[in-house]
Design a protein around this ligand. Structure first.
Ligand SMILES: Nc1ncnc2c1ncn2[C@@H]1O[C@H](COP(=O)(O)OP(=O)(O)O)[C@@H](O)[C@H]1O
Ligand SMILES: [Mg+2]
Length: 138
């Protein structure tokens, strides 16, 4: 599915629509440059999953957790250099939890993205962003 977004609010809304469809175990893999709108998309999705969660980029923390009916983990792999690095953050243990997962900068660790991940690719266009959502399992 391909969407176009001309504002950060629209990107959040597209994220929220996906958020409604997520279940425990869903893994949303986000791809796109710095400033593409990955965090904005996650903020929209998390808004329907966790009330009052303050979603910010976990660029330095690597992972944020938000409380909801199902817990949500929000990773950012920007500062991860290799799989050992990722392992030491607890990433693989966290993936065992009954939770919903968002992960920014999946380009950094392609081998770490689980099979069945929902792939969201955001690219800049002349008038905003192109948001492609792929591999949704019905
Ligand atoms: N259509 C759009 N969708 C998302 N963000 C947009 C859009 N147009 C402009 N922006 C701006 O781009 C930036 C996106 O930031 P962010 O979501 O943190 O990106 P990323 O997480 O991909 O680095 C914000 O400053 C936002 O206001
Ligand atoms: Mg971000």
């Amino acid at each position: 599915m391909i969407f176009s977004s001309s504002s950060v609010t629209e990107t959040e809304k597209i994220g929220a629509e996906l958020g409604k469809k997520l279940i425990a175990g869903s893994f949303v893999a986000l791809y796109g440059d710095l400033g593409a709108g990955k965090t904005a998309f996650v903020r929209g999705a998390v808004s329907v999953l966790c009330e009052n969660a303050a979603v910010c980029s976990p660029t330095y923390a690597v992972v944020n957790r938000y409380d909801g009916r199902i817990p949500v983990y929000h990773f950012d792999l920007y500062r991860i250099n290799d799989d050992d690095d990722l392992y030491s953050t607890g990433y693989y243990d966290i993936l065992e939890e009954k939770a919903i997962f968002f992960c920014e900068w999946c380009e950094k660790c392609p081998e770490a993205i689980p099979d069945g991940a929902i792939k969201v690719t955001i690219t800049r266009t002349e008038n905003g962003r192109r948001i492609e959502i792929a591999d949704i399992i019905a």
